[in-house]
Design a protein. Sequence first.
Length: 255
Amino acid sequence: MDLRVENLSHRYDDLDVLRDIDLEIKTGEIVCVIGPSGCGKSTLLRLLGGLEQPSEGQVLQVGEPPAGSLNPLTYVFQDFALLPWRSVEGNVSLVLEGHNLPAEEMEARIADVLSRTRLSDFRKAVPKQLSGGMKQRVAIARALSVNPAVLLMDEPLSALDSQTRELLMDDLIDLWEREKFTACYITHNLAEAVRLGHKVVVLSRRPGVIREIVHIDMPLTERNLSNPQIAAIQQQLWEMMRAEAAAADTELADS
Ligand SMILES: Nc1ncnc2c1ncn2[C@@H]1O[C@H](COP(=O)(O)OP(=O)(O)OP(=O)(O)O)[C@@H](O)[C@H]1O
């Protein structure tokens, strides 16, 4: 299933947040969205997921969700959003419980996603026993357990220290290489965008309009920042962001 955003604009009262967004998220691709603070990235994600309706335009789901999908769109948040009193498997099963699945299917789904996120040995652990990176892996496992068509990821690595972020990026690439998922991935971090994005959407400051969509054809496994092509794309993104970010900072400081 693809997501197609057509002519989307959004405002809160008299605050114009997003304007004339046209975007396609195709099956099997990771689309990163970058842009200065307050330009409407999280709002765009909520509109994609149907948590809010756009003031104008539409978000279309094109085609069928994958077989066995319990939920076509599912979120992964920066703060993990785990229930502290539930174990790893309990946090994953939480999103499966309302679906009347046979016990064997529930177990198969939990075992599959814990294996894919390398958490099988930690299924009885509770969140306070886990590192930040492992907590986010639980959140990713939980999101994948419903076999979503599109993962909506809102700065999933930004609460983590830089080494953990690197490791989790490797994990995400590995996960994608083994079973291609589709994602819209919001980030402030240009290094993440060039490592993970098949497309990088650059939004202007508010009201967010698409300044550019940069396609990166290089396989995810070959990308690293010592690769000159990747470094050059990151530099190109930074130059696009720089003026917008500086202007947005001034506006926020003035308000
Ligand atoms: N429910 C809401 N009601 C009113 N204004 C809102 C609401 N949600 C967001 N906004 C405003 O819309 C603008 C865009 O917010 P949003 O969180 O989408 O930006 P963002 O690009 O994700 O920001 P950041 O990078 O800082 O997380 C901001 O000015 C914010 O204050």
